[in-house]
Write a protein that binds this ligand. Sequence first.
Ligand code: FE2
Ligand code: FE2
Length: 260
Amino acid sequence: MIKVLYIGDVVGQPGRRALHEKLEHVVDREKIDFTIVNIENAAGGFGVTEAIMEELAELPINAYTSGNHIWDKKEFVDNYDHYDHVIRPANYPAGNPGKGKVVRQTAGGVNVAVLQFMGNVFMPPCDNPFHCADRELKDVDTKVIIVDIHCEATSEKQAMGRYLDGRVSAVLGTHTHVPTADERILPNGTAFQTDVGMTGAYDSIIGFRPEEALHRFLMNTPKKLEVAKRDIRMSGAMIEVDETSGRASRITRIHERLNE
Ligand SMILES: [Fe+2]
Ligand SMILES: [Fe+2]
């Protein structure tokens, strides 16, 4: 059995602080073999930078996922080739930088594949994520396979969980930044949670200060969002997987609050 830790969207400096203060502790406490972190919002809420990748390199992280915000920082996108352990949704049109799939090994020598797909409902237009998953999974030959489904709609995330049940070890939702209480093992052995939650400030609107976030809804005009700072938490899910079958036996929510 191996233990995989999946950490949800890291939002700005408070999210990174949560990683620095909590990640190593949780990895040691839970005897985690493989850690995946979603960093689409790590740089002030929008994308990630090379300096942040360097800052995170000291932490026990094996692979990164991202999402629609990975394109926000030009310097990272221009150098995406240097970061093959940072994946983005596989269903973006061909020709974009980055890849939607990576295989890395645990310290014990178990290969873990990580894939990401983006939903079509209320998201930037992309290829059909379900058909894309069929194509991408064809050439994955590891037993342990973790899928990030980056969606706005809970139904679309649950649909992906059901679609891949028995074919992958876990389907975990990101993007909405709100941890859901529906973690479970699906009938054919795939661990599932609609959203693993956000790593950042919870006294906020999905990680941003309510002042600016509310302006959008009240005035219907844009206002630059500022990252919130209070009530910082690291949120994610821990999955136990039998590495010989790829089936998950348990999924547990992880929610660690910083002392302020
Ligand atoms: Fe996000
Ligand atoms: Fe997103």
